[in-house]
Design a protein around this ligand. Structure first.
Ligand code: HEM
Length: 428
């Protein structure tokens, strides 16, 4: 099937909910117009970048393609960009500075590098190796809980019963949040991407109002934590103590900066890893040969995790602003233009990945760019991989007993997407 490129839809959240990722459209763009001027009534124009080499070229050159320009995430005309729509009511009530970048994803070097360093020590491979056994135990416990629900009810939602739990627990433990607060974190962090379950919308509230209220509640919770850790002697979390005492250009972060930092770490680690876990389970359940191979050869877990990451690519896109006239993939760009890189498209580029639409847990090498590349390369890469390893390891013995019910919903979002609900039942 061929598309009229002037009519394809890459920008409406509903499209991602109803039809999933625009794989066929991205394929055609990579073949015919890899740096494509995307102009639609509903959104300011941008250049859609779909080939692997061009996504890398943008990501590698953080001086020519900056994060701190006017656009970082796709937003429709008239709608505030996620996390940047001016100060929310909480920020206004605290007299926060509207010119402050909302978090490190909006910063460029040197400030970006310095601020990122205040937390990167907690996400190293070494830290994750130390946490692996504990993550395994947590994942086994959560899997056991899901199997008990299945035994009782016959079917359940894989997202709520399993995929959502380890990301919350792992981020919660690293940051030092009380286990009793993890569940509430899920409701709050969903609100960051505008997703609020009906039971969390109060009577008379719209979903948008409920999202705003939830985010304010989360900011209030973080504010109390920060104050607690500012006390002489610090608070119970080593991570927050270090963040509170850290400096950028010799100055400690203020309340607004600390609040936004924790807000990002909690938000960035939850829906992404949850979607990779759910998408990974779908891929294995829909490919019984790969499922059986992994069960027979658990030593393939490492390459299976990378293939799940390439296959699911939960972060769809990021935007950058061009700082000088240049040429990308043969297309001239002007200073001030916006480019939008599409990671899932780069991960299906057949000049890099042989037979890219084959899900193959043995794929090696697998240079996917699911975590981006360059200066802003995902800070939580090691954590996300450690979580996926643990949850897949725990799932292996039960996977052959599960099947999809066909009842699923996808998230309406152009930045991070995947399943908000996935029905599973015990195989007949
Ligand atoms: C499967 C799970 C995940 C995926 C697919 C993912 C993907 C990404 C991507 C594509 C970026 C932007 C990279 C770029 O601009 O080059 C990013 C940035 C980031 N991610 Fe992740 N991520 C995941 C899990 C996590 C986790 C568990 C955390 C926990 C802390 C995290 C924290 C961050 C942060 C803080 C940034 C901003 C880094 C910066 O701007 O310097 N992510 N992630």
């Amino acid at each position: 099937m061929r598309f009229d490129l002037e009519r394809i839809d890459l920008h409406s959240p509903q499209r991602y909910a109803e039809e999933g990722f625009p794989w066929a459209e991205w394929d055609q763009l990579r073949r015919e117009a890899p740096v494509f001027r995307y102009e639609r009534d509903a959104i300011e124009p941008f250049w859609a970048v779909t080939r692997y080499a061009d996504v890398m070229a943008v990501s590698e050159n953080a001086k020519l393609f900056i994060n701190g320009g006017p656009r970082l995430r796709m937003a429709l005309k008239g709608e505030p960009e996620l996390l940047r729509g001016g100060l929310d009511s909480f920020g206004q009530s605290r007299g926060w500075d509207p010119a402050e970048p909302p978090d490190i994803t909006f910063m460029d070097d040197p400030r970006h590098r310095q601020t990122r360093k205040l937390s990167s020590w907690a996400f190293t491979q070494g830290c994750m190796r130390s946490a692996a056994a504990h993550f395994d135990t947590l994942a086994e416990g959560f899997t056991q809980e899901m199997m008990e629900t299945l035994a009782r009810d016959g079917e359940c939602d894989f997202v709520a019963e399993l995929a959502a739990k380890l990301p919350l627990a792992a981020t919660g433990e690293i940051i030092g949040l009380a286990p009793g607060d993890w569940k509430q974190m899920l409701v709050w962090s969903n609100a960051i991407i505008g997703h609020v379950e009906p039971e969390h919308v109060l009577p008379g509230e719209t979903v948008a109002q409920a999202a705003e209220r939830n985010m304010s509640e989360m900011r209030g919770y973080l504010e109390a934590l920060i104050h607690e850790h500012r006390q002489p002697g610090g608070g119970p979390s080593a991570f927050i103590n270090r963040l509170v005492n850290g400096t950028v250009d010799g100055k400690p972060l203020n309340d607004q900066q600390l609040n936004s930092y924790l807000f990002l770490l909690i938000g960035a680690g939850n829906d992404t890893t949850r979607n990779a876990t759910t998408g990974g389970a779908v891929a294995l359940l829909e490919n019984p040969a790969m499922r059986d191979l992994l069960c027979a050869k658990p030593e393939l877990l490492e390459s299976a995790v990378d293939e799940i990451l390439r296959w699911t690519s939960p972060v769809i896109s990021f935007m950058r602003t061009v700082t000088a006239d240049t040429v990308l993939g043969g297309t001239p760009l002007r200073e001030g233009d916006t480019v939008c890189v599409f990671y899932p498209s780069a991960n299906r580029d057949d000049t890099v990945f042989e037979d890219p639409y084959r899900f193959d847990i043995r794929r090696n090498p697998n240079p996917h760019i699911t975590f981006g590349f360059g200066a802003h390369f995902c800070l939580g890469t090691n954590l996300a991989k450690a979580e996926l390893r643990s949850v897949m390891k725990a799932l292996l013995p039960v996977l052959p007993k599960l099947e999809l019910t066909g009842d699923h919903h996808r998230i309406a979002n152009t930045h991070v997407s995947g399943y908000s609900k996935l029905g599973v039942r015990l195989a007949q």
